[in-house]
Ligand binder design. Sequence first.
Ligand code: ADP
Ligand code: ADP
Length: 218
Amino acid sequence: RPVIELAGVTKTYPGGVFALRSVDLVVDYGELLAIVGPSGSGKSTMLNLIGTLDRASRGTVRIDGHDVASLPDRQLSALRARRIGFVFQQFHLAPGRDALGNVADGLLYTGVGRPERERSAEAALVRVGLGDRLTHRPHQLSGGERQRVAIARAVAGDPPLLLADEPTGNLDSVSGAGVVALLRELNEAGTTILVITHDREVAGGLPRQVPMRDGRVI
Ligand code: ADP
Ligand code: ADP
């Protein structure tokens, strides 16, 4: 079964805005793809639906085999916490916590004790090449390193699906290329990754592009 399946998905916002118009999308386990399109084309809306942060107005959203519409909020939260990692343009790191703490805090939902959270966090930071930055706080790290910490936090619990919303949007082109290279490595190690970007160069460097315009996949 696919990890993501959108069938005839429409999303309207109050006021009558059609953010998505009858979108179909199938993503198989193991893919690395970009949703690419200009501002206002519906990318964030699609990410929110795939990330189970919002519900479709019409059509079916299936994530990891679950029909999102049929799940109560509590089960949806559990699905989101255990099966989906999120990375954002703004890194959303806690300024008072070091890299290890930021990543370990992302595992609070698992209910495991602090030593185990910190062991998993350290392993994730090593995976993203920051094994020598465990005790650095965000302000002591470069932009690219901050995004790597955020990626480590997103993958520390080994979710099968990683959603990255403009992950290079706040980075210079060299740091951005580093982040894309890291996403490729994580994908080769088995994580399915969906990247949202308006940057054609970033999208062009990934194996599959899904172009969007005016709420439609084109
Ligand atoms: P993108 O991420 O590609 O910039 P969005 O999904 O944010 O596109 O937006 C798609 C359309 O939906 C745009 O016309 C936008 O103005 C509108 N939109 C997005 N969020 C809301 C909202 N919460 N309320 C009303 N309209 C929205
Ligand atoms: P960039 O290479 O992205 O321009 P910097 O030149 O600011 O970033 O940082 C270079 C290296 O120095 C980074 O690896 C970062 O971890 C480290 N660094 C930067 N600022 C500090 C700081 N205030 N304290 C400790 N280490 C820092």
